[in-house]
Design a protein around this ligand. Structure first.
Ligand SMILES: Nc1ncnc2c1ncn2[C@@H]1O[C@H](COP(=O)(O)OP(=O)(O)O)[C@@H](O)[C@H]1O
Ligand SMILES: Cc1ncc(COP(=O)(O)OP(=O)(O)O)c(N)n1
Length: 289
């Protein structure tokens, strides 16, 4: 696997924005995004959309940030710092999605702009706790997804957004087509929730090419934050100049290794871990000049 280059000491790294929720347990959300980005040689900038009260066993409540404060965080960092890509995660409500869509248009984020945007349409945690108001699903379909350079739903999100129950390759293809039809430039249907399979396959579609990414399934219950890690790695690779298919190829291998390196934490599901990169002997070879 060709790792993304780390910046030389004192050099300014590429920057990626995450617009998402925080996870007090540190496993998913902005915490997973920032950790992933750091280990992909990226300086993470953030727009907090919600604060969750969460640990390894579930989410007990969340607090929504006022939509104008979310949008102002985006304006503040994009204008001053500049970014090479962005991703969205938990956005919680229609009002926040609308504010994010408006500011994305204003600063040139998303498929209609010049800065690629990865949309992870987060609806619920792995424990089944809601992270999106039910009345916001229409805004996800018709406001958020049309902004996406890549949209990355898991199979529960696919069911909620498209009504398609993905059980095999045929239904995954139908779902990818429908997500593309909703307006995403690329749709990535993630297969992580097909837990009985020996492999884990994600399907990428842009209206023309249907590309499959398959890795052996990692036998672990410590898979908290896998979706965020994948989307953050895609955004990082895009910021480093990779194409969408190349970025997904990189991120798929990255998340597989993070699943293999996951650790126990608390009484529930531990987080996937990017710390394996810290002990790679070839790390310096990945440094940009
Ligand atoms: N046990 C596993 N082994 C290998 N890959 C997995 C496993 N679980 C999830 N993945 C991969 O991790 C990424 C996130 O998957 P998924 O679990 O579907 O999303 P989410 O975390 O959003 O629910 C996808 O690339 C998926 O294929
Ligand atoms: C604040 C916050 N954002 C997103 C999630 C969901 O994380 P994700 O990596 O998509 O998946 P799971 O770990 O829930 O499978 C979250 N829990 N909290």
């Amino acid at each position: 696997m060709e790792l993304l280059p780390l910046p030389r000491t004192g050099r300014t790294p590429v920057r990626v924005l995450t617009i998402a929720g925080t996870d007090s347990g540190g496993g998913a959300g902005i915490q997973a995004d920032s950790r992933t980005m750091a280990l992909c040689g990226v300086h993470a900038v953030v727009a907090v959309a919600a604060v969750t009260v969460q640990n390894t066993v579930g989410v007990s409540r969340f607090h929504e940030i006022p939509p104008d404060v979310v949008a102002d965080q985006v304006r503040a960092v994009v204008g001053d710092i500049g970014i090479g890509a962005a991703k969205t995660g938990m956005l919680a409500s229609t009002a926040i999605i609308d504010a994010v869509a408006d500011v994305c248009g204003e600063v040139g984020l998303g498929r209609a702009g010049s800065i690629p945007l990865v949309v992870d349409p987060v609806c619920a945690s792995m424990h089944g706790d809601s992270l999106l108001r039910p009345d916001a699903l229409d805004a996800v379909r018709h406001t958020l997804i049309p902004l996406a350079t890549v949209v990355t739903p898991n199979l529960d999100e696919v069911r909620l957004i498209t009504g398609i129950d993905v059980i095999d390759d045929t239904t995954a293809r139908r779902a990818a087509e429908l997500l593309h039809h909703l307006g995403a430039q690329w749709a990535l249907v993630k297969g992580g929730h097909l837990r009985g399979a020996a492999t884990s396959t994600d399907l990428l579609y842009d209206g023309d090419r249907m590309i499959s990414y398959t890795r052996p399934r990692v036998a672990t219950g410590n898979d908290h934050g896998a979706g965020d890690t994948l989307a953050a790695a895609i955004a990082s690779a895009l910021a480093h100049g990779r194409s969408v298919p190349e970025a997904v190829e990189f991120a798929k291998e990255w998340v597989s290794r993070c699943l293999a390196a996951a650790y126990d934490l608390g009484a529930g599901h531990g987080p996937v871990s990017p710390f394996w990169r810290l002990s790679r002997p070839d790390n310096r070879a990945g440094c940009s000049e």
